[in-house]
Design a protein around this ligand. Structure first.
Ligand code: MIC
Ligand code: SF4
Length: 639
């Protein structure tokens, strides 16, 4: 039987399990990446495993999230990551070098290889034809140590692309259209593979915009074929030797198929506060814009920036708009400068920020009260911008630039980037990467830990009876930004779990931490797609530190469910969704015969000593053992 691209890569990397949808498979991982906001924890966990040198082909530690350094914390963390990377065989990407996903596909990604990264937008690499998957920090640590990465074997969705983008429609509009069709939970349990005639009309950076934001579908990853267009990109990056052709078999089968006619696509916007709340820009009416932010791992390629510069060239942004531009990498930045586009951006009134995540993760540029912010980013969750009532719309660079000029949300028009004379070969300057020490020097190298780095929260093996209070009941689509917010105030403490506890669920219920602490042992109840969004394992480790022992939901997002298990928190699913209505905050909950129930995959929940609610779990045997041991670290130590 014919295979899809993803199935071919999985088959080549399969260490355990069978390629049957939903059953657990273990994959050999060729490359890993971390960023600084999840990296400190991942390296603390890696150190705890006692492996002297990474066993992957390439591992890279990027610094791109916490670049503000308004205190010793971030700088200490960066020092720690630099020193731990040097010692253990990991490349280090300095702050200012660029955003991890942009840099990784420019300089390291390889078609047909596997990559896991402690960041949910790792699937960006799928634009090159890599199997690139977002994971929790602990899973990345295990992969660096040579261990397998486990996922449920995904099903396959085919997105059939026809035609060619016209006018102001952009790659961003392609993924917004896919989100409109599939929603933020439509990709859960699937790999999204792009196919059809339209594929060859899209450049690698455009493909990477699409695979990047595939994370918002909840998909395991997204992937494009590796073809002549990919080859040209590798040539321009002076990496032709890394290129390899990859395509699906003509008789490959898919579980679902959707189509997007590129020729018919019009500029779209994801309206507040969800990436799947997608509407045509032309139908939004007159919406005054306060702020426009261009950049992030979704839209910060050279072409994206050139389009914006070409549209702003010789003009001035509207008086009411504040415009930020963050180029994705030093390569993009220096090429913008070389061709004069940077001058056009500056002259038009843009505030040019460094090559980093910046406003995307709330590191500055929070909008004014109830302000309308147009962003070329991938997430517009409530409060993520740093302003709780900020109204964030996600749009293409073309629409962002057009709106910066008019001061109203305005559909982008085709931008003519031929006004700039850009060389075919990219500027290559890898001085922002620091290679690791050789094995001899590494032996005596010191790892530098600052006082902000606090130990891992206390874990305990899973007992046979679990008595706990229902501390919080949430609705559907709770994101990890709800559970563990980011932003400039909180991000510097990503290696300090005790400090983070006070912010847990801050945007949902500020009393949550105090209630959880007072109860000592707690359970959270959620709706559909609990834990969607970022890969931050802090959304599991911080509740763990607050005594949360289980989460019961209608369904879970993949990475978060894995992070809960790794932290030793039991993810349970309502057998009958209607039982969700029977539970209330403050209920006294009891799970007995937990060990037996875990084996059987079914537990009975007693509510206030009385009503009984059946619960199930979607866990592999390995995950059940991890839970019994008290989490992945204890499980690994016991092996
Ligand atoms: C995000 O976009 O939410 C982040 C910040 O990049 C996260 C990782 C983190 O929380 O550190 C992600 O996407 O995984
Ligand atoms: Fe950084 Fe934003 Fe991309 Fe996350 S989504 S990696 S915060 S640019």
């Amino acid at each position: 039987m014919g295979k899809t691209i993803a199935q071919k890569i999985i088959e080549e990397h399969l260490l355990s399990g069978e390629m049957v949808k939903g059953s657990e498979i273990g994959l050999r991982i060729d490359q890993t990446l971390t960023q600084d906001a999840t990296g400190t924890m991942a390296y603390i966990e890696f150190e705890a495993m006692g492996v002297p040198r990474v066993k992957t082909e390439k591992s890279v530690a990027y610094i791109d999230h916490n670049t503000l350094q308004s205190g010793f914390m971030n700088a200490d963390d960066h020092r720690y990551i630099q020193s731990v990377a040097a010692k253990h065989g990991i490349f280090y990407s300095r702050p200012g070098n660029g955003i991890c996903h942009q840099l990784h596909y420019e300089r390291f990604g390889i078609p047909g290889k596997t990559l896991i990264g402690s960041d949910s937008h790792t699937p960006t690499g799928g634009g090159l034809g890599m199997l690139a998957i977002g994971a929790g920090g602990m899973d990345v640590a295990v992969a660096m140590g040579g261990g397998a990465y486990y996922i449920p074997m995904p099903g396959m969705i085919r997105v059939n692309l026809t035609g060619q983008l016209q006018g102001g429609a952009s790659a961003k509009d392609v993924i917004l259209e896919v989100l409109r069709q599939l929603t933020v939970k439509g990709g859960v349990g699937y790999i999204v593979e792009y196919a059809g005639e339209g594929v060859k009309t899209l450049t690698v950076p455009e493909r990477c915009t699409i695979t990047n934001m595939g994370a918002e579908l909840g998909a395991t990853t997204s992937i494009f074929p590796s073809d002549e267009i990919t080859k040209a990109f590798f040539k321009a990056q002076d990496r032709e030797g890394d290129w390899k052709e990859l395509s699906s078999d003509a008789d490959a089968t898919y579980d679902k198929e959707i189509s997007v006619d590129l020729s018919a696509l019009k500029p779209l916007a994801a309206c507040p506060h969800s990436p799947d709340n997608v509407k045509p820009v032309a139908e939004l009416g007159d919406i005054k814009v306060d702020q426009v932010c261009i950049g992030s791992c979704t839209n910060s390629s050279l072409t994206d920036m050139l389009k914006v510069a070409a549209m702003l060239k010789g003009k001035t942004i509207d008086d009411s708009v504040s415009l930020s531009i963050s180029p994705g990498s030093r390569q993009v930045f220096s090429m913008l400068s070389e061709c004069g586009a940077l001058t056009d951006l500056i002259d038009a009134g843009a505030r040019v920020l460094e090559c980093a995540c910046g406003p995307c993760i709330g590191m500055g540029f929070s909008p004014n009260s109830a302000g309308v912010s147009l962003r070329t980013f991938n997430r517009n969750f409530l409060g993520r911008s740093g302003t709780k009532d900020g109204q964030v719309y996600l749009v293409s660079p073309e629409t962002a630039a057009a709106s910066a000029l008019t001061g109203y949300i305005t559909a982008g028009e085709g931008a003519d980037i031929s006004v700039y004379d850009v060389p075919e070969k990219f500027r290559i300057n890898d001085s922002g990467f620091i290679a690791p020490l050789d094995e001899e020097a590494a032996k005596t190298a010191e790892v530098l830990k600052g006082p902000n780095i606090k130990p891992f929260p206390e874990t305990r093996p899973l007992g046979d009876t679990l008595e706990a209070e229902l501390i919080l009941k949430t609705g559907d689509n709770i994101t990890t930004d709800h559970i563990m917010p980011a932003g400039s105030k909180i991000l510097p403490y990503r290696s300090n779990i005790p400090h983070l506890t006070q912010y847990c669920f801050e945007v949902v219920d500020p009393e949550f931490p105090a209630r959880a602490q007072a109860a000592g042992s707690g359970i959270i109840v959620g709706g559909q797609n609990y834990g969607q969004g970022s890969s931050r394992e802090h959304a599991a480790l911080v509740p763990l530190a607050l005594g949360i022992r289980a989460v019961i939901a209608k369904s879970f997002a993949r990475i978060h469910a894995a992070n809960l298990v790794n932290a030793g928190i039991v993810p349970l699913i309502f057998e009958n969704e209607a039982d969700y209505d029977k539970l209330n905050q403050g209920d006294k909950l009891t799970l007995s015969n937990v060990h037996e129930g875990l084996k059987a995959g079914r537990l009975i929940l007693k509510v206030n000593g009385d009503a009984e609610i059946p619960l199930t779990m979607e866990l592999a045997d390995r995950q059940k053992e991890i839970l019994l041991a008290g989490g992945l670290l204890d499980y690994t130590a016991s092996k």
